[in-house]
Design a protein around this ligand. Structure first.
Ligand code: CO8
Length: 259
């Protein structure tokens, strides 16, 4: 598939990188961009050479939200009855290998929601997160009112959704929205370093860990722990469990085969 609104590349033959590429609109998200992003991530997910993905934007904007110009003329019938603002916006959740968001600049509205749909967020020191939809007479529509409170707690989530206040990178790290903050010029090095670390680890265990952490957002504690236990048991059927433990006991470096 030829892409117009994203750029796609592979780093070190192992990491799939998707860069959002609508610079004039600060990477405002529309159906075409989300279709392309979904297709690119699914293609990387299906590629056995790829172990991890990174989604990033430009220095000024990861993404400044859904495309307001495209939405402005819609009424209820179009948004509810049609497929705008529904099609492919959550394809990223179908991806089983890890996806890291490398965020610099604005991550607002749907842009903040997209970052939160990734498995973790590494932020540049100029990153700014916000859910400013309230200023447009709407509310977040791609999980902002659900994922933000899970990430930063009710008080900060309410503050952001009700006042449209932006959070800078320092506050976002302190609040638990992002896992690491680095200087802007180190952002991609840091994200690719994390991705390459993941690529070297046993892929089936990586996928199981992702699945199990994600399950914690969908279940109660007892069911979640039982789900984790079953995956934990299942990993003892993998060659990489044997290799990882034999290597540790034998004081040698493991050679994982991702099976
Ligand atoms: N949509 C369309 N165009 C945008 C958007 C956007 N979200 N954000 C910025 N742009 C455009 C501007 O219109 C401008 O275009 P032009 O040069 O043609 O005038 C260009 O990008 C540069 O923007 P600014 O001149 O405004 O740049 P500033 O540096 O002055 O300001 C800001 C940057 C603060 C990011 C500002 O552009 C802004 O406030 N943008 C809007 C942010 C916003 O409200 N985002 C939320 C949108 S609603 C949403 O995301 C709902 C998601 C629902 C998803 C549901 C899925 C199922």
């Amino acid at each position: 598939m030829a892409y117009e609104l994203i750029e796609v590349r592979t780093e070190a033959g192992k990491v799939g990188v998707v860069q959002l590429n609508r610079p004039k609109q600060l990477n405002a998200l529309n159906n075409q961009l989300m279709d392309e992003l979904g297709a690119a991530l699914k293609a990387f997910d299906a590629d056995p050479a790829i172990g991890c993905m990174v989604v990033t934007g430009s220095e000024k904007a990861f993404a400044a939200g859904a495309d307001i110009g495209a939405m402005a003329s819609y009424g209820f019938a179009e948004v509810y009855g049609g497929d705008y603002i529904t099609r492919n916006w959550e394809t990223i959740r179908q991806v089983r290998k890890p996806v890291i968001a490398a965020v610099s600049g604005f991550a607002l509205g749907g842009g903040c929601e997209l970052a939160m749909m990734c498995d973790f967020i590494i932020a540049a020191d100029n990153a700014r997160f916000g859910q400013p939809e309230i200023k447009l007479g709407i509310i977040p529509g791609a999980g902002g009112t659900q994922r933000l409170p899970r990430a930063v707690g009710k008080s900060k989530a309410m503050d952001m959704a009700l006042t449209a206040r932006m959070m800078d990178a320092t506050e976002a790290e302190r609040a638990g929205l992002v896992s690491r903050v680095v200087p802007l010029d180190k952002l991609m090095d840091e994200a690719l370093g994390a991705a390459l670390t993941i690529c070297e680890l046993p892929q089936l265990a990586v996928m199981a860990a992702k699945e199990s952490v994600n399950r914690s957002f969908e279940t109660g504690l007892s069911d979640g722990v039982m789900f984790e236990r079953r995956l934990f048991h299942a990993l003892f059927a993998t060659a990489d469990q044997k290799e990882g433990m034999d290597a540790f006991v034998g004081k040698r470096k493991p050679q994982f085969r991702h099976r």
